[in-house]
Design a protein around this ligand. Sequence first.
Ligand code: PLP
Length: 263
Amino acid sequence: MSTAPPLCLTVAGSDSGGGAGIQADLKTMLALGVHGMSVVTAVTAQNSLGVRGAWELPAEAVTAQYRAVVDDIGVRAVKTGMLSSAVIVETVAALLADTPAPAVVDPVGVSKHGDALLAASALDAVRKELLPRATVATPNLDEVAQLTGVQVESEDDMRRAAGAILGYGPRWALIKGGHLAAHRDEAVDLLTDGTEERWLRAPRHDNRHTHGTGCTLASAIAAGLARGLAVPQAVTAAKEYVTGAIAAGFPLGGGIGPVDHAW
Ligand code: PLP
């Protein structure tokens, strides 16, 4: 009998195609040596071409899953992803408030195919209820624009965006500049707590099979925190992991394939 690995919980949506959401999170956690557990918030019928449909679970089902895990097994770090609606955002924020473990909040808004994974009416709850509970918030540039109104076109704009996100109360903001047109050869992210500033640079891989990138990065950060790493070390290690996973992304179906967790 061996001892249990560090315990890590994802609160997110299911991707039937296995590329993003809960499925990406659990694969990442397995690859990084932590025990992955899941609270499903919504079920999507999804493949490499897009989301065909999404069904949100009742708030009481979300709470029951979360409590079942935390009351018995315990948790060392939590990651949140697709939360679908204001009711689920508020429910999850209340659960996080009750959990003395670091939380990585990926404020998932829209998929790469343009499918909405969060109702517009939930944005206020994300700003006021969820972000204040985050140890690290990991918005991409579209999510930054939705949440703060800051349109990012330069590294200076990324600084302004980080300041605006930190204004909602997370301890750290990781602004993912992967979509920034100014950086053709690099994927540049900014991690800051308002005092310390770290720029994370990785070569941009010419690979269109990137489905699940954001889920994978946030889960890898949570895995690092569950193992006891400090936020800057957890984020640096997670960026290396996701960069390798993107480089190894593979075709699947007729559209955008997933990153590879076993690279
Ligand atoms: N589906 C689910 C359930 C997700 O949680 C996410 C991202 O968080 C996506 C799809 C979108 O993934 P991507 O934008 O990487 O294609």
